[in-house]
Design a protein around this ligand. Structure first.
Ligand SMILES: Nc1ncnc2c1ncn2[C@@H]1O[C@H](COP(=O)(O)OP(=O)(O)OP(=O)(O)O)[C@@H](O)[C@H]1O
Ligand SMILES: [Mg+2]
Length: 1274
């Protein structure tokens, strides 16, 4: 059965692609990127799917096109539901799904109620189309896991098999012909989810219950029940096969090809369950069906007096049993009629008239029809109850599936009603697609050439008009005047029809009349029409039903009670159909309509036959030709200016901005702005008086696409912003975590430091380099806990008790007595544990290095610690009642040692800071140790004969700089350039450096150093006139194309702006600045006399950091000891040792036999190897060890050495991290010193801490004005 789907505005079979042939689309891309509707899938097609593209618009051309597409299976192509989802009508081949999608989209987007009007002849496919629409909407309308919405969907779909069983029957034209009209409205909430539904039923063909023409069937449900009823129904309701009942068997058709009644019965029961019909309700339904079936088997015979008598009383009794009425009453109601005389409008006497067989049969049929019709209506009401809206319904999509136009050999009142409804639907179609549309063009002053069409209003008027009276009015009049005798009434009707003969679409032919419908001429038989129109149930039957003890019969099916005094004429069937049909039209007119026009290809229910004549006829009467003409010349879309601007304002910058509606002009110019901004060609739109008209659907789809893209872009933007926000949040969280972890690790050490300074209470002068940064008190500097090499040696020498753990280790010295002479300092290794202090001595026996635990001082016996007020490193450990006397130590980290001792003793330790210290020598003799300021002492202090000479230190209340920031890693030199070029920075470099204390004072409120007896730094050399920067001469050529580096030739002169200790210097040449390898250069002294040479590179040497523990292992400790400058060389053997103590200071410097540090020796060796391999070409070398004591030392000058990686940027003071620890006590009241939490033993190895300390100091040095002091001062 061919089907032509029609678009919301009657656009038949729209095709994806262009509008008119050859028309060039000039909608140009603008912001955002325009959607291209050509992108759709273009399957090669036969004929045209959009019939507005036909070259010639004639009925024949349309017919031919339909035939071509039918033969190539273009019309019945199986479509997957999902492929139509979200697509517009042009994107996909025409299909019912496309119409459903369009309606659903229109409802969701434009917030308008929708209706889909499906029309066509009986058997053309209306019901199938309606089912597909419901299926589509159920699939796409969301609801997800919402059980209530899913339930509604299931119920809506279940109404199809249920109502088809009760309302469809096999006819000659259609095996599943709808014998009633159905308008199903699905209610949606604001989100487009179905929340309910309402079914409106139109005029069931109840006559079919009591008789069908040959080869047709009764309603399907009778065959389902009689064939498949379960035994309990068979027994209770006396059910047998369909052949046993006259109502189902008389037409001689029990089975239908393609319909399995037994299976269908199961489907019906299932549908009943889904829509919520309870078991007792189902029982009642099937009981009533049994009543109808048995009524058909109730036959009458003529009794002696010629009146009707029931032939088989058992049948009557069984029916009475089923109806739960009295046997007698039933028999009486069927064979007698109660008459009432009326005189002058007054009620007269009542008497009973016996009926003849024909009349009794008619009464029986009337009862059967009434029971079935009322049962059907109740089912619809009951289904509506289940489908009642769950709330929040805002819009509806209505689907109209009504009985199709039909012409039989013998057409009666039913056909008149059916064809009248179809006539009305055609009227709506014409009204909206042809008449109203053209009228609107005129009203809106759109340029328009009118198109002629047949308006079937004249036929509608012929049937329904009151004045002059139409057919229904004539019928009503006939019924009113001759209500007693059906024959007389029919005659009266024929006479009245005579008045209609002036209508060109009407012809009276004796006992028949002809109407020229839009779909063809139909000859109607007058006989029985008035009776059918009257449609009044006999009072006797109503009284019988009311007397039933079954409330389903007396209350539910027959609730009305006869008012004997009422003079109101009950509405006739004609009135009812007219009323409901006009209500339907009103409802449809309020919705945005979509049309599906089904075309029947043949009358033989064949899926392969295309009856050209038959199709051409339908094409003609459907008015497709006119419709296509209007579509072609007309406008596919129109809407008010306000709505247009409201929908598309975002597509134009002057009407929309950032998602906010800001257009303040009038809607007409707003709409114009949008159209013009989007380059919609002038002939593609017209402005009416209140609406904007868009000619082709492609244009509106393109605008819609742009709008979608806009929202999509906005959504993407929001998503991106959200993702960045989440990423940023995580980054911040990680930063906080990292900081916290670092802080957690450092806090113990820094707290220990604070504690130490609290112990000293700002009473002891400070060493300059102690102020460089807040050094962490990490304790185990010799890595005794876990180190290798020397640390292992120390561990082996230590005599530790169980549970004894190292908390501090450091090189230092102790006073050792000499026979007959005063004591002298001697180097020692100091190891503090949680139980005591171990003083270890290292001795050399020949080539053997020996270490012994010389002295163990339990923490329990140390009662106090004394230290001087000056900056010296001496401390005295007072030991009560010890024959050996007190212990005198020198240790550069004396504050830390005191701190750890105080920590380990729980703060019990007494800490004295005095100008002089009294202590006890061996044997108990009390001695005073004096401290004298002596600026001539080059560094640290000098002990001699109980007197310590020490230069001035920094004031006792000096605070350290905040902790150094970690050295940032920068890979590109470009970021360094600005810093290097900073005039301030270079000025700082070349200017004489102020004293560090002064610089500290500049940033922090510290008192200026007074009475500093220490020698002032030498005056800076007078600044050279020119050049301002030190000059160096290239001794090798250096080729480089790397950004940030500069190439030079041998003998080129370069100015050095900055020297980095890792071997890369920032140089300037010919106005360019970049990094150069320092070992390619040698200092250049210009021939002309200069006041002072630039400072030698060695002056910028970094302080030697503590080497990694591994370095100790590679160092031969005994090979060449490098004595610390502040420790005098040993001259006296330690007690108990036969060999002299030697100063081995792991972490400070690693000596080698020939005085060259091992890193230097390795570097030299690598360079020599590189020179040997690469000839004169420099090869990349690993980054020079930055802990080297100075600038890179060029290797043997035979071959250029490989430059190391470029240096990292030193931290500028301004970028330094804020101190993690608050300012030292002073400003705030100092709490009594308490033992701070101890750093966990799981801390990283101290060598790392020492290395980072060295790094920090080195970095600090980069920012501080350089002093002339030696780096290893501290
Ligand atoms: N799209 C289709 N593809 C294939 N067969 C179809 C299609 N539409 C309908 N049919 C066939 O045509 C038969 C009649 O269709 P349907 O019952 O929908 O007609 P109808 O227009 O509702 O007729 P009526 O007015 O009598 O109710 C269906 O039972 C089915 O066999
Ligand atoms: Mg149908």
């Amino acid at each position: 059965m061919a089907k032509a789907s029609v678009s919301p505005h009657g656009n038949k079979d729209l095709k994806k692609g262009f509008g008119k042939k050859g028309e060039k689309k000039v909608i140009k891309a603008s912001r955002p990127v325009r959607a291209d509707w050509k992108e759709g899938v273009k399957k090669k097609q036969v004929g045209v799917s959009d019939m507005t593209l036909l070259t010639k618009i004639t009925n024949e051309a349309i017919n031919e096109n339909l035939m071509k597409r039918w033969q190539n299976a273009e019309i019945y192509a199986n479509a997957t539901l999902g492929s139509y989802r979200g697509k517009n009508l042009l994107e996909m081949p025409p299909h019912v799904f496309a119409i459903a999608e369009s309606a659903y989209h229109h409802m969701s987007s434009y917030k308008e109620n929708q209706c889909v009007i499906i029309s066509g002849e009986s058997g053309a496919g209306k019901t199938e189309a309606a089912k597909r629409i419901m299926q589509y909407i159920a699939a796409v309308s969301g609801g997800g896991q919402n059980s209530s919405i899913q339930e509604i969907k299931e119920m809506v779909l279940a109404t199809n098999p249920l109502l088809e069983s009760f309302g469809c029957a096999k006819t000659l034209r259609n095996n599943n012909s709808s014998r009633h009209g159905k308008y199903l409205e699905i209610q949606f909430n604001a989100q487009g989810e179905p929340v309910g539904a309402v079914i409106t039923n139109y005029l069931l063909e109840k006559n079919r219950v009591v008789g069908q023409i040959e080869n047709e069937r009764n309603f399907h449900v009778f065959y389902q029940l009689t064939k498949a009823a379960p035994p309990e129904y068979q027994e209770a309701y006396g059910l047998q096969g369909p052949e046993s009942f006259l109502y189902t068997s008389r037409s001689g058709c029990l089975d239908v090809e393609g319909i399995n009644d037994v299976t269908e019965y199961g489907e019906t029961i299932k549908a009943m369950d889904i829509v919520g019909l309870q078991k007792h309700e189902q029982d009642e339904i099937f009981k009533m069906l049994a009543v109808v079936l048995w009524l058909g088997n109730l036959l009458f015979v003529e009794d002696d007096s010629g009146n009707a008598a029931i032939s088989d009383p058992d049948v009557a009794n069984f029916i009475a049993y089923l109806l739960e009425v009295d046997n007698e009453s039933l028999s009486k109601a069927l064979t007698n009629r109660v008459m009432e005389t009326q005189r002058g409008g007054r009620r007269g006497s009542v008497y009973e008239v016996p009926l003849n067989v024909t009349q009794a049969t008619s009464v029986r049929d009337a009862l059967a029809k009434a029971v079935y019709e009322r049962l059907f209506e109740w089912i619809v009401t009951r289904v509506n109850l289940s489908l009642q809206s769950r709330g929040g319904d805002q819009y509806v999509i209505g689907v109209l599936d009504i009985y199709g136009f039909e012409i039989f050999d013998d057409n009666s009142f039913e056909q008149l009603c059916i064809n009248y409804v179809n006539e009305k639907l055609q009227q709506i179609f014409i009204e909206l697609t042809l008449k109203a549309e053209q009228e609107e063009y005129v009203r809106e002053q759109i340029q328009w050439t009118p198109i002629q069409f047949f308006n079937n209003k004249i036929v509608c008027d012929l049937i329904e008009e009151k004045r002059p009276p139409g057919i229904f009015a004539a019928l009503n009049d006939a019924c009113a005047t001759a209500h007693a005798d059906p024959g007389a009434a029919d005659n009266s009707f024929v006479q009245r029809l005579g008045f209609l003969s002036s209508n060109a679409h009407f012809e009276s032919r004796g006992s028949k009349f002809l109407i020229r419908h839009y779909a063809g001429e139909v000859l109607y038989n007058v006989e029985g029409m008035t009776d059918k129109n009257r449609d009044s149930l006999l009072k006797d039957l109503l009284n019988l039903a009311a007397a039933s003890s079954n409330s389903f019969v007396s209350q539910t099916l027959f609730p009305e009670r006869i008012d004997p005094n009422s003079k109101k004429r009950p509405p006739t069937a004609g009135d009812k159909i007219k009323l409901s049909c006009n209500a339907l039209v009103t409802k449809l007119m309020q919705c945005h309509p979509s049309y599906i026009r089904t075309i029947k290809p043949n009358d033989n229910r064949s899926s392969s036959e295309f009856n050209e004549k038959r199709v051409l006829h339908q094409v003609q009467y459907l008015g497709l030709c006119e419709n296509i003409r209007v579509r072609r010349a007309g406008y596919a879309y129109r809407t008010t200016f306000e709505k247009f601007v409201e929908r598309f304002y975002l597509l134009c910058p002057s009407t929309g901005y950032a998602g906010e509606y800001i257009w303040h002009g009038d809607p007409v110019s707003g709409a114009l702005e949008i159209l013009k901004h989007n380059n919609i060609p002038q002939d593609e739109w017209q402005m009416g008086t209140s609406k904007v008209f868009i000619r082709h659907p492609e244009t509106i789809f393109a605008l819609e696409n742009l709008r979608d893209k806009y929202w999509h872009n906005m959504a993407t933007r929001i998503q991106r912003a959200w993702r960045s926000y989440v990423r940023y949040k995580h980054e911040c969280a990680r930063k906080i975590q990292r900081f916290w972890r670092q802080n957690k690790y450092n806090i113990g050490y820094l707290q220990a430091r604070e504690y130490g300074h609290e112990l000293l209470g700002g009473r002891k002068e400070r060493r300059r380099f102690s102020l460089l940064s807040m050094r962490k008190f990490t304790g185990d500097y010799l890595d005794v806990r876990s180190g290798t090499g020397l640390a292992t040696m120390i561990r082996n020498a230590l005599t530790l008790k169980g549970g004894e753990e190292v908390v501090f280790s450091m090189r230092g010295s102790t006073l050792v007595p000499r026979a007959m002479r005063s004591s002298i300092p001697s180097p020692r290794t100091l190891v503090l544990t949680n139980q005591g202090l171990h003083v270890l001595v290292t001795t050399k026996n020949g080539k053997m290095i020996n270490m012994t635990d010389e002295k163990i001082l339990s923490l329990n016996v140390i009662s106090g610690v004394s230290t001087s007020t000056l900056r010296d490193d001496w401390i005295v450990l007072h030991v009560d009642n010890s024959p050996d006397g007190d212990t005198i130590l020198s240790c550069i980290f004396k504050t830390e040692l005191i701190t750890h001792m105080a920590q380990q003793t729980g703060g019990r330790l007494r800490v004295n800071v005095d100008p002089q210290i009294q202590y006890k020598k061996k044997g108990g003799k009390s001695v005073t140790m004096k401290f004298v300021k002596n600026e001539k002492v080059p560094r640290d202090d000098v002990y001699k004969s109980h007197v310590v000479n020490v230069p001035s230190g920094e004031p006792a209340n000096s605070a350290s700089f905040p902790p150094c920031a970690t050295k940032p890693r920068l890979t590109s030199t470009s970021s360094r350039k600005p810093a290097a070029r900073k005039p301030a920075a270079s000025a700082a470099r070349s200017a004489p450096r102020p004293k560090p204390a002064a610089s500290a004072a500049a940033s922090r409120p510290l008192p200026p150093i007074q009475n500093n007896a220490r020698a002032a730094p030498p005056p800076p050399p007078p600044a050279p006139a020119t050049p301002s920067l030190p000059q160096f001469k290239a001794i090798y050529p250096f080729q480089s194309e790397e950004s940030g580096e500069i190439a030079f030739e041998k003998d080129d002169i370069l100015e050095i702006a900055e020297k980095d200790e890792n071997g890369w210097w920032l140089a300037r040449k010919d106005g360019k600045e970049g990094w150069v390898p320092s070992n390619y250069l040698e200092e250049y002294v210009a021939p002309k006399p200069t006041p002072a040479p630039p400072p030698p590179p060695a002056r910028r040497a970094a302080p030697p950091p503590p080497p990694a523990p591994a370095a100790s292992t590679t160092t031969k400790p005994a090979a060449a000891p490098v004595p610390r400058s502040n420790i005098s060389p040993p001259s006296v053997s330690a007690p108990g040792s036969t060999t002299a103590p030697i100063p081995v200071m792991p972490g400070i410097a690693a000596p080698t036999a020939n005085g060259v540090p091992p890193w230097k020796a390795q570097l030299e060796a690598r360079k020599a190897a590189a020179a040997g391999n690469g000839g004169s070409a420099p090869t990349p070398a690993p980054r020079p060890v930055s802990s080297s004591a100075g600038a890179p030392v060029p290797a043997a000058r035979r071959a250029p050495p490989a430059p190391g990686p470029k240096p990292a940027v030193p931290v500028k003071p301004s970028t330094m991290a804020k101190p993690a620890i608050p300012a030292r006590p002073g400003a705030a009241p100092t709490p009594a010193p308490r033992a701070p939490p101890r750093p966990s033993s799981a801390s990283p190895p101290p060598s790392n801490a020492a290395a980072s300390l060295a790094d920090a100091i080195r970095a600090r040095r980069q920012q501080q004005p350089q002093t002339h002091e030696s780096d290893d001062e501290w």
